[in-house]
Design a protein around this ligand. Structure first.
Ligand code: PEP
Ligand code: MG
Length: 578
C-alpha cells in the first residue's frame, strides 16, 4: 500500500530506490512468560522464523549478484547470512525459552543485547560497528516471528539505496561519501544540523525530522524521496513514479543550464564584484569546489578529518590533507577552520568529546575545546602553517565569544610559528587569521576582534541557534529556526557593516549563503563574499547576475526597519521578484 510521510526538507533532489534500514540498538518486543507445555511450540516458532529469514537472505543474495547492484549491497547481504548461521544467535535464545520460559521475541532480543554489549567492548572500530548488522538481522527475525515477511523484490539495474534511520550523526553521514547512497531519511534531526549539511555537500536528497518513518518502513520497500519538498512516498504507484521521473529530468535540465554560468564573472548588474567560495568537509571535496568554479575554499570544516577513527590524525597527516586542498586550489584562497568539534560533531579519538555533556551546544566545543587541549591545537596549527607554504591559506577560528579566547589563540599561533622556525620549516609569515562570528556576544561587541583579526566569517547556522536559543539538531523546535528574525538580521547587518568599515573582508559561510532565497538580501546588506556547498554555487551566481546592488541596498535598508515577521517575508518576496 502506498503512503507518504512528511518531514523537514534539508537537501533537495529526487531519489527512487530501495529502503536500507539502519538500526538503533533497542528493539521493542512483547515480553511474556510461557506455560511449560508451550515451550516446544515456541522453539519451533523461533526455528521457523529463522528458516523464513534465511530464505529471504538467499533471495537477497541472488538479487545482489545481478549486474549493476552496488558492491555495498552484496557485502551487507553476505554478512547477514553469516550472522544468521551463527549458533550464538540461532541456538542460544532457545536456552532462555526453555529455562526462563521467555517468549521467542524476548529471548532473541536478550541474546542480541548480550552480543551487542560484547561488540561495544571491541577496540577495532570497524568490528564494533558490526553490532548494527546483528540488530538488523534480529529485526528481520522478529518481523518473521510477528508474521511480517519481506516481499520478494526485483532489484532494478543500478537501483539506489535509500538509508532509513532513527537518527544519523554527522560522523555516520560523512561515511556516505565513500558509499553509493541515493539519499536518506531520519526520524530525528534539524534543518541546519551537520547531518543535513553533509547531505547537501554530498548532493543527495535528504529529509529529517520524520518522526515515524523508521518503524513504518521495511528493508527493501520501494521508496520515492523528494528532498526539496520533504516528502517520502513508500511503495509509490506507477503514475507517481512517472510524474517524478519527469520532474527528475526537468531538474537535470536546469542543472545543465546553470553549468553555462560557470565561466561568467560574478558581479551584479551594476558591476559590484562578488566572491563565491566553497565549503568542504574532506580533502576530496576540493574536486567539487573546482568543478563549480569556486573562487576559493571559504570554509574547510577540518573536524571531519578527526571522525570515525580511534587515533587522532597527527601533524603530518593533517599537513598532507591541507596541502592537497591548497595545491588543488592553485593559488586561490583556502580558509582552514580549526577544529570545531563538540555539540553534534563527535570524535571518539578526542578526549572529553564523546562524553555526554549536559548541554553540548553550549559546552566544550570548538575553540573552547582547542584551548583546553593545547597540544592537539598546536599540532593542527603547525599543520595548517606548513600547508600555507604551498598556496594561499587563511586560518579561521570558530566560536569566538571572549577577547581572551582570541588572544590565547593568537599566542598559540605565534608559538606554533616559533616551533616551525626552530625546525627550519617554511610557512607563510603573513598568514591571515580570521574569526567566525557565530555567537551573538561576538557580533555585539565586535571592536577587539576587528582590531586583531584580518577577516570575519559569519556562521549564520550557529548565530541563529544561539540568538534564538534553538538547538539546530532538534526537530521539535525546527519551525522556530528563522534566518529572517529581526534580531538575526540586525546582527548580520551590523557585522557586515562594522567589518567592512574597518577594512576587513566579511563573508557568510553558514547555510544562508547557499540558499538562493537569501542571496539578494545578503548582497543588499553589503555582503561581498559568500561560501557555500559547491553544488549550490551556480544557483547563487544566477541570483547575483540578475541583481542590482544599488536597488537592493535601498530595499534592504527598508526591510531592516520592519519588525513584523509577515511584513519582512513580504518585503523579501518583493526583493526576490524584482
Ligand atoms: C555556522 O555555524 O554557520 C558554520 C558555518 O559552521 P558550522 O555549521 O560548521 O557550525
Ligand atoms: Mg558554526
Amino acid at each position: 500500500m502506498s503512503f507518504a510521510i512528511h518531514g523537514l526538507a534539508v537537501s533537495s533532489g529526487i531519489a527512487i530506490g530501495r529502503a536500507h534500514l539502519i538500526s538503533n540498538a533497542t528493539l521493542e518486543v512483547a515480553q511474556y512468560q510461557l506455560r511449560e507445555r508451550d515451550i516446544p511450540a515456541e522453539i519451533d516458532r523461533l526455528d521457523a522464523a529463522f528458516t523464513v529469514v534465511r530464505a529471504e537472505v538467499d533471495t537477497l543474495r541472488a538479487e545482489a549478484a545481478m549486474p549493476g547492484t552496488p558492491a555495498e549491497i552484496e557485502a551487507f547481504v553476505d554478512l547477514h547470512a553469516l550472522i544468521l548461521a551463527d549458533p550464538l544467535l540461532a541456538e542460544e535464545p532457545k536456552a532462555l525459552i526453555r529455562e526462563r520460559r521467555c517468549n521467542a521475541e524476548w529471548a532473541l532480543v536478550q541474546q542480541m543485547n548480550l552480543l551487542v554489549a560484547q561488540f561495544d567492548e571491541i577496540d577495532d572500530a570497524y568490528l564494533r560497528e558490526r553490532r548494527q548488522d546483528i540488530v538488523q538481522v534480529v529485526e528481520r527475525v522478529v518481523k518473521a516471528l510477528m508474521g511480517k515477511t519481506r516481499k520478494p523484490v526485483r532489484r532494478g539495474k543500478d537501483e539506489n539505496l535509500i538509508v532509513v534511520a532513527h537518527d544519523l550523526s554527522p560522523a555516520d553521514t560523512i561515511q556516505f561519501k565513500t558509499l553509493r547512497i541515493g539519499g536518506f531519511v531520519t526520524d530525528l534531526g534539524g534543518a541546519t544540523s551537520h547531518t543535513a549539511i553533509v547531505a547537501r555537500s554530498l548532493g543527495i536528497p535528504a529529509v529529517v525530522g520524520m518522526h515515524h518513518a523508521r518503524p513504518l518502513i521495511q528493508d527493501d520497500d520501494l521508496l520515492l524521496l523528494d528532498g526539496g519538498r520533504g516528502v517520502l512516498i513508500v511503495d509509490p504507484d506507477e503514475r507517481i513514479l512517472a510524474e517524478y521521473r519527469i520532474r527528475q529530468a526537468a531538474m537535470e535540465l536546469e542543472r545543465s543550464r546553470l553549468k553555462l554560468l560557470k565561466s561568467a564573472t560574478t558581479a551584479t548588474l551594476d558591476g559590484v564584484p562578488i566572491s563565491l567560495q566553497a565549503n568542504i568537509e574532506l580533502p576530496q571535496d576540493v574536486e567539487a569546489a573546482k568543478v563549480s568554479g569556486a573562487d576559493g575554499v571559504g570554509l574547510f570544516r577540518t573536524e571531519f578529518l578527526f571522525m570515525n577513527r580511534d587515533e587522532l590524525p597527527d601533524e603530518d597527516e593533517q599537513f598532507e590533507a591541507y596541502r592537497t586542498v591548497t595545491r588543488a586550489m592553485g593559488g586561490r584562497p583556502v580558509t582552514i577552520r580549526t577544529l570545531d568539534i563538540g555539540a553534534d560533531k563527535t570524535a571518539r579519538a578526542l578526549r572529553g568529546i564523546d562524553r555526554v555533556a549536559p548541554n553540548p551546544a553550549l559546552g566544550l566545543r570548538a575553540i573552547r575545546y582547542c584551548l583546553a587541549e593545547p597540544q592537539i591545537f598546536l599540532a593542527q596549527l603547525r599543520a595548517i602553517l606548513r600547508a600555507s607554504h604551498s598556496g594561499r591559506v587563511r586560518i579561521l577560528i570558530p566560536m569566538l565569544a571572549h577577547v581572551q579566547e582570541m588572544e590565547q589563540t593568537l599566542a598559540l599561533i605565534g608559538q606554533a610559528k616559533d616551533q616551525l622556525r626552530e625546525r627550519r620549516i617554511r610557512f607563510d609569515e603573513g598568514i591571515e587569521v580570521g574569526g567566525m562570528i557565530e555567537i551573538p556576544a561576538a557580533a555585539l561587541a565586535l571592536g577587539p576582534f576587528l582590531k586583531h583579526l584580518q577577516f570575519l566569517s559569519l556562521g549564520t547556522n550557529d548565530l541563529i541557534q544561539y540568538t534564538l536559543a534553538i538547538d539546530r539538531t532538534d526537530e521539535a523546535v525546527a519551525h522556530l529556526y528563522d534566518p529572517l528574525h529581526p534580531a538575526v538580521l540586525q546582527l548580520i547587518a551590523q557585522t557586515i557593516q562594522s567589518g567592512t568599515r574597518a577594512g576587513l573582508s566579511v563573508s557568510v559561510c553558514g547555510e544562508m549563503a547557499g540558499d538562493p532565497r537569501f542571496t539578494r538580501l545578503l548582497v543588499g546588506l553589503g555582503l561581498r563574499n559568500f561560501s557555500m556547498p559547491p553544488n549550490q554555487l551556480l544557483a547563487i551566481k544566477q541570483q547575483i547576475l540578475t541583481a542590482d546592488d544599488s536597488v537592493l541596498a535601498a530595499a534592504v535598508r527598508r526591510l531592516l526597519r520592519l519588525e513584523d515577521p509577515r511584513r519582512i517575508e513580504e518585503a523579501l518576496r518583493r526583493i526576490n521578484e524584482n
